[in-house]
Write a protein that binds this ligand. Structure first.
Ligand SMILES: Nc1ncnc2c1ncn2[C@@H]1O[C@H](COP(=O)(O)OP(=O)(O)OP(=O)(O)O)[C@@H](O)[C@H]1O
Ligand SMILES: [Mg+2]
Length: 300
């Protein structure tokens, strides 16, 4: 993230992605480097949401949500339709405020930095915290190659043909798509199957060298085989990225996620957090009856 004044204060490192993927780091000074030889703690918090509320005009859609999102882990957000899952997700990369009349209150911290601080550029937030949508949405007029390279080129992440070639290959490899498309990089992005298009969109997101990937029902438009491919990909990516996924698919949440947050609607129809915890606990011994009812299919 860079500040409006381009002060280095909040600049996020954007090192070249290594063979093993992006550097998982963040704001210099905001994270603790492990001592030499020690293992980075598995429960390092990447993002903290505090008292987050979100409105569309007068109508509150999300009420006072607080939760921690662990680094290099997959957090699933589940809950009935209309409980504010997508709204919450969009507040995590400042996409919510793009909707006319929409606003939010509370705090969202990334590596300890408030992403709503007036000094922070929303565009920089969205580069650091990338989004993958429900419907695969490759740029329709662009080739497979340009779908990955163009946003990175536009954002100044990469300069020159050789660097672009390298970036495209690395990101498509990372997204488990390279072998399927390496001989047709100049074909249109929309010529691919739905599952391939979604992996192309993941490659496109990776090309901006994000640290966090937000995924809003990324498999709901995919068949079971393509769904499993994306789930497998997520499991690999979590070694290097923090992933938050909204899903209606309980099996998917229990298969892929490390932590699960359950949202439901209150009497004012605003979504609130019922509970969050390790996925294994939420699915076997939830603390709240509402969660039990939802995951057992009695509600929602
Ligand atoms: N652009 C918008 N303008 C006005 N209201 C909106 C907008 N987007 C969402 N809402 C409202 O906010 C509430 C929460 O919506 P949201 O899309 O976050 O729910 P969700 O949990 O993602 O639902 P689903 O599971 O159906 O995707 C709903 O009542 C919805 O109608
Ligand atoms: Mg939604």
């Amino acid at each position: 993230m860079t500040t409006r004044s381009e002060e280095p204060l909040l600049t996020v490192e954007t090192p070249e992605m290594s063979e093993s993927g992006a550097d998982p780091g963040g704001v210099p000074g905001a994270r603790q480097e492990p001592a030499a030889g020690s293992v980075r703690p598995p429960t390092e918090v990447a993002m903290t949401v505090r008292d987050l509320s979100a409105w569309y005009g007068q109508r509150r859609a999300v009420r006072e949500i607080s939760l921690d999102i662990n680094a290099r882990a997959i957090t699933a957000i589940i809950g009935p339709s209309g409980s504010g899952k997508s709204t919450l997700l969009r507040c995590l990369d400042r996409m919510h405020e793009v909707v006319p009349g929409a606003r939010s209150s509370g705090q969202v911290l990334y590596q300890g930095v408030d992403i709503y601080d007036p000094m922070i550029e929303p565009a920089a937030v969205r580069r650091t915290i990338g989004m993958v949508f429900q419907q695969p949405n490759p740029f329709p007029t662009m080739t497979i190659y340009d779908n990955v390279a163009a946003p990175a080129r536009f954002n100044g992440v990469v300069k020159g043909k050789a660097a672009e070639d390298d970036l495209v290959q690395r990101c498509l490899t990372r997204a488990a798509l390279w072998n399927e498309v390496k001989d047709k990089l100049r074909h249109g992005g929309t010529s691919l199957s739905g599952g391939q298009q979604q992996r192309l969109c993941i490659a496109r997101a990776l090309a901006l060298e994000p640290k966090v990937l937000l995924m809003d029902e990324p498999c709901s438009a995919l068949d079971p085989v393509a769904t499993l491919q994306v789930e497998e990909l997520m499991s690999h990516l979590k070694a290097d990225y923090t992933i938050v996924i909204v899903t209606h698919n309980m099996q998917q949440a229990s298969r892929v996620s490390d932590a699960t947050a359950f949202l439901t609607m209150g009497e004012d129809r605003a979504g609130y957090l019922v509970e969050v915890g390790p996925t294994s606990e939420i699915f076997t011994s939830p603390k709240q009856q509402l969660t039990e009812d939802y995951i057992s299919g009695r509600f929602g």
